[in-house]
Design a protein around this ligand. Sequence first.
Ligand SMILES: Nc1nc(O)c(N)c(N[C@@H]2O[C@H](COP(=O)(O)O)[C@@H](O)[C@H]2O)n1
Length: 270
Amino acid sequence: MVTLEPCNHVGRTGPCAVALIDAGIGRVVYAVADPGDHSAGGGDRLRAAGVEVTGGVLADEVSVFLDDWLFAAGHRRPRIIVKWASSLDGRAAAADGTSQWITGPEARADVHRRRSAAEAIAVGTGTVLADDPALTARAPGGQFFDAQPVPVVFGRRPVPSDAAVTRHPHAPMFFEGVDLAADLAELAHRGIRSLFVEGGPTLASAFIAAGLADELLVYVAPVLLGGPRLALGDLGIESIDAALRYDFAVIERLGDDLLLVAHPKPTEGN
Ligand SMILES: Nc1nc(O)c(N)c(N[C@@H]2O[C@H](COP(=O)(O)O)[C@@H](O)[C@H]2O)n1
């Protein structure tokens, strides 16, 4: 009994379906069909070899905890969560660039739990230079969670050799960010199945404008900042007809702040 249809391809190891046939297994029960172009078809291969196969048992329940894996296998890129924290009027910083802290401790603790649940965390070089973020996942007392996301820095500007991200428990990965789709394919190739994009506005906007934001996490604080430091930059939307539309999946109060979780509204055919 397995959660995922035994694979039918050679990856780091040989096909699981063949290993089961060679081991003389007579019956296989699996929950979720393998969505990969190359890896799918193990069920049929087993049947062709005379093995009794039952698929789809508790598939919905199992899909929930295989979520990121299934997404990455089907899309050949990590699932992307774009997070920002903003004022009521959508600003991510005051006019002088200071932003620590717009949101309160409950919202920041939630961010750290979600950082820990992601396999990688991304910022642009602008955020590294402006905020010098550690990008670790920490409990409110500062202790590191066991699971730490791999830091990924996008951009062409040099990162100072003493930047906090260089002291992260995982070695940072660097991408120029010129071709996000190619960078994401490379991350998937390196086994990264979820990417938590922490900002800043340029990087977040680039992911959203490219249609690469699968989930938005917006922490809204009851504060006004005004001024030019918007949480997002240009998305290339010229007219209201082209607005990107989302559905709220979660609206949660975190201390004085709100967390809004939004997913792209399904379009026709999707
Ligand atoms: N959740 C949240 N609330 C705020 O008020 C913020 N200003 C931010 N900023 C993000 O946190 C990063 C700092 O990370 P470390 O604590 O150094 O690991 C900063 O770069 C922003 O991305 N977030």
